[in-house]
Design a protein around this ligand. Structure first.
Ligand code: PLP
Ligand code: COI
Length: 341
């Protein structure tokens, strides 16, 4: 059956939908095997795998877009390949060679072409590479065997509102990552440790959590699964911190901000500065740019408001439109970020 026919492309959520194929590659006996294709949604691994017991796991997220010309475009995949290597290094896993990463993502897109949402739908094909230790052992040490899987799934915006301001929840009773821990790499443990805070935020009607630095609770870190930025006085300002994920979207937005005439500052952002921003937002592959309308400090009750009439700010809108136009091929790819497949 052709599942792709069932999609209402303009209204799909950010979630998992079955596609036809995924690709897999095993690292065993000290070497990577052949890239295999599979139509199964399941993996079979040893019950004592290091991934299951000791969190030896890392993942990536990137998107492919269909342009007006019907061609599929990939955004900055090399950066994701590199970040997966950094994540692997950070928890002593075998690194996926860049060429294998490239072959895997291109193969899985090719096998699932009909699931790439049409141009103009606002949806895209989310590509999820995942690497994990599969060696069965009980001692705490790195696995010798790994499985690298890449699946794809068509997605809409991460935050249900799309490009509309959301509210963020701020508190001091939860940390996402330790100051010298694993916050700078994309490993599952960081997400596990954010679930309770996220649930509390959701239960109170917020889109996500704005995490403060774990050591002093003085500086802004990031927004759930997205980086934070603020704009004031024609300056794009984003936190520099060892415990946030180096976002590829944020890296791109810093370049685009300069391109549209803003200054860019990447530095510690004290919470006391929050109220001085004219616009604030969250950015990431899934979130793209999600403007932040309000931040509520649950400990002090302080409310920070950034929107008028619940509309995104001028520069956030300009950055969002330019980034998305580059990704879909509507604007010139001035920085050479897009590969047409
Ligand atoms: N921060 C966290 C914790 C994330 O999970 C993500 C998503 O990947 C980001 C930031 C945004 O990074 P990117 O723009 O590379 O998707
Ligand atoms: C992404 O932006 O790719 C993410 O990984 C966010 C989240 C779904 C974990």
């Amino acid at each position: 059956m052709d599942n792709s026919l069932d999609f209402d492309w303009g209204n799909i959520p950010f979630g998992y939908s079955k596609t036809d194929f995924n690709v897999r590659c095993y690292f065993k006996d000290g070497k990577w095997g052949d890239l295999e294709m599979s139509s199964s949604e399941e993996v079979s691994i040893h019950m004592a795998s290091t991934a299951l017991h000791y969190g030896q796991q890392a993942f990536e997220g990137l998107k492919a877009y269909k342009g007006k010309d019907g061609k599929i475009r990939l955004f900055r995949w090399q950066e994701n390949a590199k970040r997966l290597q950094d994540s692997a290094d950070g928890i002593l896993m075998e690194k996926v060679p860049v060429k294998l990463f490239e072959n895997a993502i291109k193969k899985v897109i090719d096998l699932n072409q009909k699931y790439v949402p049409p141009y103009g739908s606002g949806a895209s094909l989310y590509i999820r590479p995942v690497l994990f230790g599969i060696g069965g052992q009980v001692g705490v040490r790195p696995s010798t065997d790994y499985l690298f899987v890449v699946f794809v799934t068509p997605v809409g915006p991460y935050f249900k509102t799309g490009f509309k301001p959301v509210d963020m929840y701020l508190g001091r009773a939860f940390d996402r990552a330790a100051p010298q821990g694993t916050g700078h790499i994309k490993v599952g443990g960081n997400y596990a440790s954010s679930l309770v805070a996220m649930k509390e935020a959701h239960d109170n009607g917020f889109a996500n959590v704005l995490f403060l630095d774990s050591k002093e609770k003085k500086y802004i870190d990031e927004c759930g699964p997205a980086n934070f930025f603020g704009i004031k006085n024609k300056t794009y300002i984003t936190p520099k911190s060892n415990s946030i994920l180096p976002s590829i979207t944020n890296k791109s937005l810093m370049q685009l901000a300069e391109h549209i005439g803003l200054k860019v500052e990447r530095r510690e952002v004290p919470l006391t500065e929050l109220e001085t921003f004219e616009e604030v937002g969250a950015c990431g592959t899934a979130a793209v740019i999600t403007p932040i309308g309000r931040v509520i400090d649950k400990d002090t009750g302080k409310e920070y408001v950034f929107t008028k009439d619940n509309q995104p700010g001028k520069y956030s809108t300009q950055l969002y439109e330019l980034l998305y136009a580059i990704q879909t091929g509507d604007a010139e790819d001035v920085f050479n970020w897009v590969e047409i497949l």
